[in-house]
Design a protein around this ligand. Structure first.
Ligand code: ADP
Ligand code: TRP
Length: 502
């Protein structure tokens, strides 16, 4: 039994504070870093409470784990001249032990660094080394009522970079989206050096013709796909773009630094204008600026997108540079995550895999029978030929449904999928067969279908589970948007101030 812990918990319970007690492993050190390792969360989510001695008496100061207290700043906040950490003996007089100071019930004035307010989860101790506690600053402050101040500075090396990515809700995800983007999203989420914000770009969806009655379900579908591939709302903020109106607001401010001519020359704009000649709207022209706003709103430096998004990424970098030069902002120039599968070819062999090209894709939640059917539609050749500069040429020109195929681009696509799902050695084997005894495409496709199915099966299963939990999905989206809004509103306020609109 621990008297102080009981007092702390009683205070929290009396004030209906939401928290979770977490049993710590026996013998864990008092080091905060060890605790955060155990919780599997980055240092920034640790809450440290330090006790200081000043000429006016003792005070407690709370900071995030990725910051340190600047004694100059804290002296200013407290209005004192002298400041030092309390000794073990002085702590003892307060009934405390170094390393085990609880976040509430301290009986001395409490100050909290304002950077804590950006966090929607926080880990701290409960006055002993047996239990840790997870809560939020907002909940905790309901009891402790600290004086907020700006006295902590980021510690070198522990600053996390931010990541933002969005997908338009134009249909269910396919292997191109998964390999080109979603896998990278999961990888960055699980890397403690990054803080991840992932949205469904529903505002982008209205830049081309769409059906109002379908948008609601479509954006939800993408969000459930995000959860199905392993995005974890405990780690990533998951939300709909339109829930954070700062995206649209910032995009207008940013549009003032880019010319119409620059936007009209983008290949993506030209393609869409050709595809929808009746809908060449201002919103379509503004598409890349809205995407730049998405990224810059979070000051994100990393964006896990496929190769086709590179022209848009260049616009985002240009906007960042201009805003920094003209208005003294500090936007990082965002980079695309470089992965081996940034370009996933169409099953048909021409161009990239895309929702909008019939027969080009395999859906993320297709079952084995469907995967087989889609692979069956991939064009092949006689199975024998030669390879020159990575291009496959059949010995005899073959005729398939679409006429003469030479070179055999469909074969190239298939072998790329073999490499992705079955490994490079397998591809080498098939290439040997191609220039030798010949490939039997029936066998190749059957094996490839099994390999793809093995990777997709767990995603399908999670999707089925999630579809039965609508309230959970709603909660994830609501909380994700709240987290995003904290950062987004701060950036918009800063931009407005720098642009003379504050
Ligand atoms: P689609 O072209 O099928 O409409 P989106 O434009 O919605 O797909 O793309 C969503 C994300 O998936 C983007 O980051 C995009 O770069 C990526 N992506 C889409 N198709 C591919 C592909 N064939 N190869 C690699 N990445 C892709
Ligand atoms: N333009 C992206 C696509 O077509 C979607 C998108 C919107 C996006 N906003 C973004 C991607 C921000 C990355 C970051 O796929």
């Amino acid at each position: 039994m621990n008297i102080l812990r009981d007092k702390v918990l009683k205070m929290l319970d009396d004030a209906h504070v939401q928290y979770e007690l977490i049993k710590l492993p026996a013998g864990i050190s008092l080091d905060v870093a060890d605790h955060m390792k155990f919780h599997g969360r980055p240092m920034k989510y640790a809450l440290a409470t330090m006790i200081y001695v000043t000429e006016k008496g003792m005070v407690a100061a709370q900071r995030r784990g990725d910051t340190k207290v600047s004694s100059k700043k804290l002296r200013e906040v407290l209005g004192v001249k002298r400041l030092r950490l309390a000794t073990q003996e002085e702590l003892g007089k307060l009934g405390l032990t170094a390393g085990l100071v609880p976040p509430v019930a301290l009986d001395i004035p409490l100050y909290a660094d304002k950077k804590m307010l950006e966090l929607t989860e926080i880990y701290t101790g409960a006055a002993d080394n047996e239990y840790g506690m997870k809560t939020t600053p907002k909940e905790l402050f309901k009891v402790s009522h600290p004086t907020m101040g700006d006295f902590a500075v980021y510690e070198e090396g522990v600053v996390q970079q931010r990541v933002l990515q969005g997908m338009r809700p134009t249909g269910r995800l396919h292997l191109g989206n998964y390999l080109g983007s979603a896998k990278g999203m999961v990888q960055l989420q699980n890397d403690p050096n990054y803080e991840t914000y992932y949205m469904v770009a529903d505002v982008h969806a209205i830049t081309t013709p769409y059906t109002v009655a379908e948008l609601g379900n479509k954006r939800r579908d993408v969000l459930i796909d995000y959860l199905s591939v392993g995005l974890d709302p405990e780690k990533s903020a998951l939300f709909f773009q339109s829930m954070v109106p700062e995206h649209a607001e910032l995009s207008f401010y940013l549009s003032s630094v880019m010319t119409v001519a620059r936007m009209q020359h983008l290949p993506t704009f030209k393609e869409k204008a050709k595809q929808y000649p009746e809908h060449v709207t201002m919103a379509l022209l503004n598409y890349p600026i809205l995407m730049a706003a998405d990224i810059l709103l979070y000051k994100a430096s990393m964006v896990p997108v496929g190769l086709d998004q590179e022209p848009h990424m260049e616009v985002a970098r240009e906007v960042a540079r201009k805003m920094n030069e003209l208005y003294g902002m500090d936007f990082p120039e965002p980079q695309s995550l470089q992965t081996a599968t940034r370009y996933v070819p169409s099953l048909l062999g021409e161009g990239k895999m895309s929702k909008s090209v019939e027969g080009s894709s395999i859906g993320l939640t297709d079952d084995l029978a469907t995967i087989k059917k889609r692979l069956a539609g991939a064009p092949t050749d006689s199975g024998k030929g030669y390879i020159k500069n990575g291009i496959y040429f059949a010995k005899n020109a073959v005729v398939d449904g679409t006429g003469n195929v030479s070179p055999s681009n469909g074969v190239k696509s298939l072998l790329e999928f073999v490499e992705i799902f079955e490994g490079k050695e397998k591809r080498d084997e098939y290439e040997k067969q191609y220039v030798g005894s010949g490939i039997r495409y029936g066998d190749l496709k059957a094996e490839l279908a099994e390999a793809i199915d093995r990777e997709l099966a767990p995603i399908r299963e999670r999707r089925n589970e999630l579809e039965a939990k609508p309230a959970y999905v709603d909660k994830v989206i609501k909380e994700g948007a709240e987290r995003a809004k904290l950062i987004a509103s701060a950036t918009v306020a800063e931009v407005k101030g720098k642009m003379g609109l504050g």
